[in-house]
Design a protein around this ligand. Structure first.
Ligand code: FES
Length: 328
């Protein structure tokens, strides 16, 4: 029993009674940290920083925390019981996150395993190009995170691009069960991966598979700004049947001389007629770029792809602080 205070980012105080996890206490007070495993310490997304912490992280948290994070007091909020007054730090964008209801108004099959879903919201859903939302999947207690693929000017119609993951409950639901007219719970927007809108540096974007999603949103924004800086988008696919939006981005490249689109196939099939680039995306990036010390990059895809691309970008002189990425 008793009351406890949680002070958030120095000036925001919520009072709770009873002992619960910090994640639940915050959610009950309408502060939504990302979380996609229902508090089971398997997603690692619900991080916050405990200011003046005394107790080390639990073994369950260790796989998700770097050494530096542990030293700074970063914890998984679902593993922290609030037993006394605490003071925490969360990314400022978290304070704008809230739950919404989204009605499915469009579904489009983009490839054999990738689909686009467009929602309609009753109220404005603000986000920065690159950020993600969480979808609550009925029947399972957890949410799943998906990058927003649409134009951030359109506050009422966020879109997601989702690949069907073999054996994945959530993506199976979205691909097989979700129908036009259905309404589902959406929380957002989350994430520190977004376009640095004020920057003047030329941009390198690299994506694979459904990593296309946040990059598409970023390109909408760059078009909105009339493409004031050079921007090159590399998209890696295995075979021709894994490609989508090819003409769409090639057309944008025709309209904006500053924009270049370089799709590449890593393992084209004999029947894939393909005149554009071939090879691993890292080799393609290497071939098409020179000194990148003044550029910034946005990467989205599998952890393996991202790590390999970061290496190439650094080889070409790009400083680490200008490499932004979102690992799927
Ligand atoms: Fe998934 Fe905390 S909610 S680790």
């Amino acid at each position: 029993g008793g009351e406890r205070k949680i002070t958030i980012n120095k000036d925001n105080v919520v009072t709770i009674s009873g002992t619960e996890t910090a994640l639940n206490a915050l959610t009950n007070n309408k502060i939504f940290l990302p979380s996609s495993c229902g508090g089971k310490a398997t997603c690692g997304t619900c991080k916050f920083r405990l200011v003046d912490w005394h107790e080390p992280p639990k073994p369950t948290e260790l796989p998700f925390l770097s050494k530096a994070e542990i030293e700074e007091g970063v914890r998984l909020s679902c593993q922290v019981k609030v037993e006394s007054d605490i003071s925490i730090e969360v990314p400022p964008s978290v304070l704008n996150v809230k739950p919404f209801f989204g009605k499915v108004i469009e579904v489009e099959q983009l490839t054999h395993d990738i689909r686009r879903v467009r929602f309609e919201m009753k109220e404005d859903f603000p986000f920065k190009p690159g950020q993600y939302l969480q979808i609550e999947v009925p029947g399972i207690e957890t949410s799943r995170a998906y990058s927003i693929a649409s134009d951030s000017k359109d506050l009422r119609h966020p879109e997601v691009i989702i690949r069907l993951v073999p054996g994945g409950v959530a993506t199976k639901f979205i691909h097989k069960a979700l129908m036009i007219g259905d309404t589902i719970k959406i929380t957002g927007a989350f994430g520190d991966f977004f376009l640095q809108e004020e920057s003047k540096r030329p941009v390198i974007m690299i994506a694979g598979g459904s990593g296309m999603a946040p990059i598409r949103s970023i390109i909408y924004k760059l078009m909105d700004q009339n493409m004031p800086r050079k921007a090159t988008y590399f998209f890696g696919a295995r075979t021709k049947k894994d490609l989508y939006y090819t003409d769409y981005f090639l057309d944008i490249a025709k309209m904006y001389p500053n924009f270049k689109y370089i799709p590449a196939l890593s393992t084209p099939l004999p029947e894939d007629e393909w005149e554009l680039d071939e090879g691993l995306i890292t080799d393609v990036v290497r071939r098409h770029t020179e000194d990148l010390s003044g550029h910034e990059a946005y990467l989205c895809g599998s952890p393996g792809m991202i790590d390999a691309c970061i290496k190439v970008l650094k080889e070409k002189g790009m400083p680490e602080e200008h490499i932004h990425f979102d690992k799927f």
